[in-house]
Ligand binder design. Structure first.
Ligand code: KG4
Ligand code: ZN
Length: 353
């Protein structure tokens, strides 16, 4: 079965055609980074409007590149949660219109579920069960993936997502948007031990994460004071010499990476899992890839990362996850409502279980 996937939960307009849940025939992503860069973050109103402009050409390119017509499709899949409400509304409305017009079933997909399964679109597919760390601008969540349709949340961030923390600190340092790749670039070859920043909840038994204290610690370190005056977003660090800035970026990134690696390996041990998959935009980070792989090796855990283009937001992962739902005829009605908060269904919170 061929599925057309549509992803519009944040600032990428994406469409893809995937066969049998794993063979990617096309994957088209229209990035809105340039539209949001002047504001230093995603502006929800602009995101929704850009999705509206981009969807028709992006879907058309996905069909053309795959060499298929609507008549070849078994379903249309849309991201229905979590995400920016306006952005989700545009994508789900468009998906409903296509499904109705073409006479094909509609499938709704949870964005995080899709990130956790994205590894199956590559050549190295993990055996079930596995642990998935989904780490992006909006989420930092550990899932126990028991089957393709059965995910349990073992831990998640209590405040900022890791990518959000990277982006906010980068903004404070006067770096370009999005900040994660900038920090990645600056940290390469610099000294990660120059400054010791806190690893949030590192010694707590919980598998939850916390990154807001780290963000505050970086700001306080730079300002040399004990407290922040005013919202972080409106502050800007004083100019920092280039070498010092690189060491600072490396030390900050090290704290983010150590936190992610520590909790993930602990979760794998606790649940007896021998495979870890790391997905989401932050999984593109070079230091995270190196340290997670090394920690996995030391702990006897196999660590897999999807290719970088499958780590960041894309629609191939939406079509991939949708295939498992479509096989079980778990279709959505045209009364489908998107939700900014994560819908449960395939993902259950197991933290208090
Ligand atoms: O998955 P994604 O494309 O969108 C969300 O669902 O949020 O992730 C975007 C996040 C941003 O916070 C961005 O700064 C971060 O991923 N990111 C990186 C890198 N590339 C993207 N963070 C660290 N290093 C990178 N190379
Ligand atoms: Zn994402």
């Amino acid at each position: 079965m061929l599925i057309l996937g549509i992803e519009t939960s944040c600032d990428e307009t994406a469409a893809a055609v995937v066969e049998k849940g794993h063979r990617v025939l096309s994957s088209v992503v229209a990035s809105q980074v340039a539209d949001h860069r002047p504001y230093g973050g995603v502006v929800p109103e602009i995101a929704g409007r850009k999705h509206l402009e981009n969807l028709v050409p992006v879907v058309q390119s996905a069909l053309d590149q795959a060499g298929v017509t609507p008549a070849d499709l078994g379903a249309v899949a849309v991201t229905s949660s979590p995400g920016l409400m306006g952005a989700l509304l545009v994508g789900t409305s468009f998906g409903k219109a296509l499904a109705m017009g073409w006479g094909v079933p509609l499938v709704e997909v949870n964005h995080l579920h899709a990130h956790a399964l994205a590894i199956n679109l590559g050549s190295r597919r993990p055996r079930l069960p596995y642990l998935a760390l989904v780490v992006s601008g909006g989420h930092t969540t550990l899932f126990l993936v028991s089957s393709a349709l059965d995910l349990a949340i073992l831990g998640q961030t209590r405040d900022d997502a890791a990518g959000e923390c990277l982006d906010k600190v980068a903004k404070f340092l006067g770096l370009d948007y999005p900040g994660g790749p900038e920090i990645d670039r600056l940290a390469a070859g610099a000294n990660p031990k120059a400054v010791r920043f806190p690893r949030g909840l590192a010694h707590a038994p919980t598998l939850d994460f916390s990154f807001s204290g780290l963000k505050t610690a970086v700001v306080n370190h730079i300002l040399g004071t004990g407290g922040i005056k005013g919202p972080l977003n409106h502050q800007q660090a004083p100019p920092i010499p280039a070498g010092e800035l690189r060491d600072l970026a490396a030390s900050f990134l090290e704290a983010v990476v150590d936190t992610l690696v520590g909790k993930t390996i602990r979760a794998a041990h606790k649940h007896g899992l021998s495979t870890v998959v790391v997905s989401g935009g932050v999984a593109a980070n070079a230091r995270l890839r190196v340290k997670m792989t090394a920690a996995g090796k030391a702990a006897g855990v196999r660590v897999l990362f999807p290719g970088r283009e499958l780590c960041t937001d894309n629609a191939a992962m939406i079509a991939g996850a949708a295939w498992h739902l479509a096989r079980q005829k778990r279709f959505a009605g045209l009364d489908l409502r998107p939700s900014a908060k994560m819908k449960t269904g395939t993902c259950q919170d197991a933290r208090n279980a």
